[in-house]
Ligand binder design. Structure first.
Ligand code: ADP
Ligand code: MG
Length: 448
């Protein structure tokens, strides 16, 4: 297949396109870890120079996806060698390249996901309100609903809608400064700025933003310093009538460890929820996605999938991806029978275990009370079963660390990560623990 000729031939443009390819190839998480913050710094003969904010970012891609940067440049028709250096002065800058002239440069921090637009978002009863609110905000950022607070369960479209506002804003005004950051990225930036004694710069940079999207603010839980700085950023932007968009898995009042004054701010504007989509919407989402991917998906198959998977859109999409991969590998048309077969395997693999079940089993096995398991108590006879509970929750339910922390008495995600690592480490040379865990898994799987 011949690749399309580059629209514009500058090396910087080639790098931008390579970034898009990398996003598609390595996925959002790896992209954020290793690519997003790399900045174009120049190209000489066949050497592309990139700047990374930290040594970790500089080496991340080479470590985890060797050759990917080079491959991506080759794919866009600019084969080259690549040198990634850790930025000196430019470290942590949100809008690098802005010279002393003060000219507005449309460089954006935190790439929006290209396909998360309003056009690709399917509207149904479950998300109608949130969608309308987002469109109103995109039409006149900073005027209505500030902040806009989107909340809802995993995979229901918060990140998608928040990105869509960003895209629409830029479309209407290509000068707009749209920043999309996860709450964790905000925190990381803040910590870096503090460590390098560059808080003034951090502040002034964030306060230049026209539309600030902070994804998953539940991660701010218990981060006092981050919350404090975010509070000031929030106020500065709000006073200047800049738009703020926040997403979270719960309403502000249910985010544990969120300062009162910040919670209060979060509730100033409009709070819109995303609910799991109904049957019709699920079918429509599948058909839209099939259309985007150029996949021939018969209506009956869409209905079949939508009737089997009713929890969240991410799973629905995952299932369609799997189905289309299988179909193309086995050169089979996608029929209901074929879908049933593939789904059967998929659903069998998928865990149906809930955190509740795990907690019940743990309590019986270690003879502790549920109240204690979820309490702040740190005595070993309670904290150890709790760690095992977190470990098993991660292993058997695939829930996120923050979600698991939330279910274990509103703990921080770092606590869950710690528990998980501790148990994994001990499992290596603790035969007794291994058999306890085996037994626990058996109990969990047979519990009604
Ligand atoms: P969240 O941030 O709420 O966890 P995402 O925004 O990441 O969820 O959505 C998960 C996936 O489902 C994304 O690929 C997104 O494009 C897709 N998705 C969610 N809701 C819709 C919708 N209404 N129409 C089309 N795609 C959707
Ligand atoms: Mg999200």
């Amino acid at each position: 297949m011949s690749r399309p000729a580059p629209i514009e031939d500058s090396p910087e443009h080639a790098w931008q396109r390579a970034r898009e390819i990398l996003l598609a190839r390595v996925g959002v998480e790896a992209f954020q870890a290793g690519v997003e913050s790399l900045r174009f710094a120049g190209m000489e003969s066949d050497l592309l120079r990139l700047l990374a904010p930290t040594t970790t970012t500089a080496s991340w891609m080479a470590l985890h996806h060797p050759g990917m940067l080079e491959d991506a440049m080759r794919s866009v028709g600019k084969p080259c060698r690549i040198s990634v250096v850790v930025a000196g002065r430019a470290q942590g800058e949100l809008f690098p390249g802005e010279g002393p002239t003060g000219k507005r440069r449309p460089i954006r921090f935190g790439a929006l996901v290209p396909r998360y637009t309003f056009a690709t978002f399917v509207v149904g009863a479950s998300n109608q309100f949130a969608n309308a609110a987002c469109k109103a905000v995109a039409a006149q950022p900073g005027h209505h609903y500030n902040p806009l607070f989107l909340y809802g369960g995993v995979g229901l479209g918060k990140t998608h809608l928040a990105n869509a506002i960003g895209h629409a804003t830029i479309e209407a005004n290509s000068d707009a400064r749209v920043a999309y950051v996860s709450a964790e990225a905000f925190m990381t930036q803040l910590i870096t700025a503090l460590r390098r004694d560059r808080m003034d710069e951090f502040k002034s940079t964030f306060r230049k933003i026209d539309v600030l999207i902070v994804d998953d603010v539940q991660f701010l839980a218990n981060r006092e310093r981050t919350q404090e700085e975010f509070f000031h950023t929030f106020n500065a932007l709000h006073e200047a009538h800049r738009q703020i968009i926040l997403t979270s898995d719960t309403v502000p009042k249910d985010i544990p460890g969120l300062e009162e004054r910040l919670r209060n701010r979060f509730e100033w504007g409009l709070i819109a929820d995303l609910q799991p989509p109904d049957m019709e919407t699920r079918v429509a989402i599948l058909e839209k996605k099939a259309e985007i991917d150029g996949l021939d998906l018969p209506r009956e198959v869409a209905i079949h999938l939508a009737s089997k998977i009713d929890s969240n859109v991410r799973e629905l999409e995952g299932c369609l991806t799997r189905l289309s991969a299988f179909a193309s590998l086995s050169k089979t048309a996608i029929t209901v029978d074929f879908a049933r077969q593939v789904l059967h395997e998929l659903l069998r693999d998928r865990s149906t275990v809930s955190i509740d079940t795990i907690q019940r089993v743990i309590c019986e096995f270690y003879d502790v009370r549920l109240n204690d398991l979820l309490s702040k108590k740190r005595t070993r006879n309670i904290s150890f079963p709790r760690q095992i509970g977190m470990y098993l929750s991660r292993k058997l339910t695939g829930e996120s660390f923050p979600a698991i922390g939330g279910r274990f008495g509103g703990r921080d995600h770092s606590t869950v990560i710690h528990a998980n690592n501790t148990i994994e480490r001990r499992l290596k040379d603790d035969q007794r623990l291994r058999s306890s865990i085996d037994e626990l898994q058996r109990l969990v799987n047979t519990k009604p």
